[in-house]
Design a protein around this ligand. Structure first.
Ligand code: IDC
Length: 460
């Protein structure tokens, strides 16, 4: 306490005598306005510890204008008292080694100007590193928040045409991208640097946002998860990537268990994102232990909720047997062909894990693709557990098939989880470097080599 008081006195004295001597830097804060609209904005707040390891941290800063309010923050506990904002690190990002960063952010509102915050302190020590608002200057855009020349800039609002996903010129396209891991566990992996790498180094067309409903997901904090999903939609949009909003039901397998939650969630995200061109809705990740009739019933209740708010977006419906078109339950696509969901502009989900699902699944997809619009919203190069060895031969056979059929896909996962399906080596998300090949696992290297080849998006 005495030491702290002495430090505070010294800092006070130094402030009085002017900036002749630099105080030892303990931290740096990068503040980036990632999106701004009438009366509202979203900002990323990246905290880098430049001092000794910190176990448990509290960031404070000042919002200079009286109209500036924090509405909802993520990846930390956010509160505001007058002009002072307090951000307390969570369990999973509360320890920061020297040089390590925590990525947090918030959605705010403002009435007058929206000046950048001042007086950042970490555990009471002033953060004298640079405070950067470089992200507040948006890249060239089509007026809808999307940079030109990017996947969204070229293809615009998508729709289903026959069995394909079509762009604004009504030509079939294939989107290739990555799925997040569960955002309740790997939120730290989704930040400005990692999404920059995904868009520009991986040249990904889409980001799937896997929002688990159970397992400490949405059901524990509906407002917080909704806000985090919206933030990721904006970050994808700012980089010209499509955003697949995945209502990641898994256990229990009957999506009707989460019907009320789905209606609440989709009403909110569809209203908030209705004007955007980059949003696709995936209403049930992997139904299991449940009939196609029950899945169809769920879809026919959730889809109208989305359409009421966002009439033109594509919606993707999960299928029986962990989205295997029924195959993993001893059925096949005919149950859908004979009894399709009563809605337009929809697609059906197919998932595979290359080391577990091989020729008979590929035969089903080959056959079904001429009758049903399919979207591989999730696949792994490994076994269905998400772990084990990469099956190079089966993965290659699958990706060749999807390319040939122009079926869009997202790979599980763009994360540094300690499992074979993760694309990034463990520890990657604790740093700030996501580009190049040194951060990639075997799975990441294989999938990146497929995703980063030039797109073929027909225009005109
Ligand atoms: C797995 C994750 C694993 C996590 C588990 C929790 O890889 O870290 O502990 O979920 O439920 C799916 C699911 C997806 C699974 C993945 C791998 O959609 O949630 O992720 N998988 O098992 N379907 C088939 C495989």
């Amino acid at each position: 306490m005495a030491l702290l008081a002495a430090c505070a006195t010294m800092l006070g004295l130094m402030a009085l005598v002017g900036p002749a001597a630099n105080a030892a830097t303990g931290c740096r804060v990068d503040y980036t306005v990632t999106n701004q609209w009438q009366g509202g904005f979203q900002a990323g707040v990246k905290i880098t510890n430049l001092g000794d390891t910190v176990r448990g941290w509290t960031l404070k800063f000042t919002l200079p204008d009286t109209g500036q309010k924090v509405v909802q923050g993520w990846s930390a506990a956010w509160s505001q008292s007058g002009s002072t904002v307090t951000v307390a690190g969570a369990d999973w990002n509360g320890t920061l080694a020297t040089g390590a960063s925590a990525d947090t952010g918030f959605v705010g509102s403002f009435t007058g100007a929206n000046p950048k915050p001042t007086a950042f302190t970490l555990n009471g020590v002033a953060c004298t590193g640079s405070v950067d608002d470089g992200g507040s200057t948006p890249p060239p855009s089509d007026g809808g928040g999307t940079p030109t020349g990017t996947p969204v800039g070229v293809n615009g609002q998508l729709h289903v045409c026959g069995v394909h996903l079509c762009n604004q010129y009504n030509h079939p396209i294939q989107l290739r991208g990555m799925s997040t891991h569960g955002i309740q566990w790997f939120s730290q992996c989704y930040n400005a640097a990692s999404l920059d790498a995904l868009a520009t180094d991986w040249k990904a067309d889409l980001l799937r946002i896997a929002m688990y409903v159970q397992e400490d997901g949405y059901e524990t904090d509906p407002a917080g998860f909704t806000s985090r999903v919206n933030g990721l939609v904006d970050m994808a949009e700012a980089r010209g990537m499509y955003a697949l909003i995945d209502f990641h039901t898994l256990t229990p397998g009957d999506p009707n268990y989460n019907l009320d939650r789905a209606k609440t969630f989709f009403a909110s995200v569809a209203a908030r994102n209705a004007a955007k061109k980059n949003v696709i809705y995936e209403i049930a990740n992997e139904p299991n232990g449940v009939s196609w009739a029950a899945i169809k019933n769920y879809a026919e209740q959730v889809i109208p909720v989305i359409r009421a708010a966002d009439p033109d977006a594509v919606v993707i419906v999960g299928t029986r047997g962990w989205s295997s078109l029924g195959v993993s339950d001893g059925s096949n696509e005919s149950e859908i062909v004979n009894n399709p969901v009563n809605a337009a502009n929809i697609m059906y989900t197919f998932h595979f894990y290359a080391a577990s699902h091989k020729d008979n699944y590929r035969a089903t997809v080959s056959r079904a693709a001429s009758q049903l619009p399919l979207f591989v919203t999730e696949f792994g190069t490994v076994s269905a557990t998400g772990g084990g060895a990469v099956d190079q031969a089966s993965s290659t056979a699958w990706l060749d098939l999807l390319d040939q059929l122009k079926i869009s896909y997202a790979n599980w996962t763009y994360s540094d989880a300690p499992e074979g399906s993760a694309a990034l080596k463990p520890g990657t998300c604790g740093g700030s470097d996501y580009g190049g090949s040194a951060v990639l696992t075997e799975s990441g290297a294989l999938v990146k080599s497929r995703i980063s080849t030039p797109d073929d998006f027909p225009t005109g």
